[in-house]
Design a protein around this ligand. Structure first.
Ligand code: PGA
Ligand code: ZN
Length: 441
């Protein structure tokens, strides 16, 4: 046990060059924890509030000095002197901040301020306990003793790599946001990462040979322009997987995040590239057709975040075969997840720490998912990531099925490097989710 001595925040840049918040927590023992907060480019409407300065003379209004000030002047004085390191103390600290803010979406202090502190306190506590973060997260929330995990052993997540991106993440690419390869072999994480990267490089060659450019978008995935349809990336990926010598459907599956909330207006999904306007049932049929033709294993945000009545129809249709994942729909919010469970909208959930704004609520959401047979996928943010790797430790702590991360750029590969480091650290005392991913709940 130790007491918090100091909490200091500063404004930093995230990968998309939007400002973000970094927080340092110093304990009375001298132990330090540092954490930073990512920023989403296609954020869901129900996400926790990101407090921006709005001062157009700095960073086009996207500065985060107000959030920094809220940490330094409002949150820090309340938390200094509080104990960390005991089972439950992370929750006490997070609840204190939630109360101090007093709003549903953390609009007073900003989720960017609150999450920065939450993670910095957790990091300092882990360092004080001389534990890796994944182990500390299990301890802080007593996950093993309370029987909250599917398995006390560590089951490492499969890599889900974004290889082609469009939508809000890249100009002039596809209407749909993300085409991913998901590694489903269970030899080792390092092996899965290597396979994914090899396919990524082969895909670059496939794109070049066909005359497409291989520039990358926000997430380090290719963002070619001039693709004739939204289905073309599936064919290109198939070719890349096979040319790399892997079995399409056995070693590697496709994951999709069409992020169609961005394309939805007044009951209509507009696919500009294909000159199509679809209603909800037609949107479902559009994807069911793809599922019948390609080894799609996970499908995220295939319907809009406001189109609640359509989601159960999709899950009813294909939820026994593939993972139907809520992201904008559920925004890592236990209340929205509960609603999705009740109406049978999904069988899997994307988890992003900054969608909800504290480590405690994020873990609560993961455990609620597990208790209801909902698979968790822990995700990076498209718009502005930082080098913080807490999402990976969280994934390992809760036995998530996948981690969704781009295949290139420093802030992305840092996540894979951390996952491989954990695999080495655990030295065989773990397994890899592999093809059993649907059971990792
Ligand atoms: P975002 O998008 O992080 O830019 O909002 C990623 C996603 O939708 O999964
Ligand atoms: Zn998404």
């Amino acid at each position: 046990m130790a007491k918090i001595k100091q909490i200091i925040a500063r404004e930093i840049l995230s990968s998309g060059s939007t400002p973000s918040v970094e927080v340092k927590c110093v304990l009375e023992t001298g132990t330090i924890g540092v954490a930073s907060v990512p920023y989403g480019a296609s954020a869901g409407i129900s996400e926790a509030f990101v407090l921006l300065d709005g001062d157009k003379s700095r960073f086009m209004g996207k500065g985060m000095l107000k959030a920094v000030e809220n940490v330094n002047k409002i949150i820090a004085p309340v938390l200094v002197g509080m104990e960390v390191g005991e089972v439950g103390s992370q929750n006490v600290i997070d609840q204190k901040m939630i109360k101090l803010d007093g709003t549903e979406r953390k609009t007073n202090l900003g989720a960017n301020a609150i999450l920065g502190v939450s993670l910095a306190v957790a990091r300092a506590s882990a360092n004080e306990a001389k534990m890796p973060m994944y182990q500390y997260i299990r301890k802080a929330f007593d996950l093993e003793n309370q029987g909250l995990l599917c398995d006390k052993n560590y089951i490492l997540p499969n890599p889900m790599m974004v290889v082609i991106e469009g939508g809000a993440h890249a100009d002039q690419s596809t209407d749909l946001q993300e085409y991913m390869i998901s590694m489903i072999g269970n030899d080792s994480v390092a092996e899965n990462v290597r396979r994914g990267i090899e396919i990524y490089f082969t895909l670059k060659k496939v794109l070049k040979d066909k005359g497409y450019n291989s520039n990358v978008g926000n997430e380090g995935a290719f963002a070619p322009n001039g693709l004739p349809t939204n289905e073309t990336p599936l064919e290109l990926i198939k070719e890349a997987v096979e040319k790399s010598g892997y079995s399409f459907g056995k070693d590697v599956g496709i994951s999709l995040d069409p992020a169609v909330s961005e394309l939805f207006e007044e009951g209509v999904y507009e696919l500009e590239k294909e000159n199509k306007k679809l209603n909800s049932d037609e949107m479902i049929e559009y994807f069911v057709n793809w599922i019948n033709n390609y080894p799609i294993i996970t499908l995220e945000d295939a319907l809009a975040e406001t189109d609640w009545s359509a989601w159960p129809k999709l899950t009813e249709k294909v939820g026994d075969k593939i993972a139907i994942v809520g992201d904008d729909l559920t925004v890592t919010n236990p209340k929205l997840l509960q609603k999705a469970i009740e109406v049978k909208a999904i069988n899997s959930i994307l988890i992003k720490l900054n969608q909800i704004g504290t480590l405690s609520e994020t873990v609560e959401c993961c455990m609620l998912a597990r208790q209801n047979g909902i698979m968790t996928i822990i995700s990076h943010r498209g718009g502005g990531e930082t080098n913080d790797t807490t999402m990976i430790d969280l994934a390992v702590a809760v036995n998530a099925g996948f981690v969704k991360v781009g295949p290139s750029r420093g802030e992305r590969v840092e996540k894979y490097n951390r996952l491989m480091e954990i695999e080495t650290e655990l030295a065989g005392n773990c397994s890899v989710a592999g093809l059993n991913f649907r059971k990792i709940i």
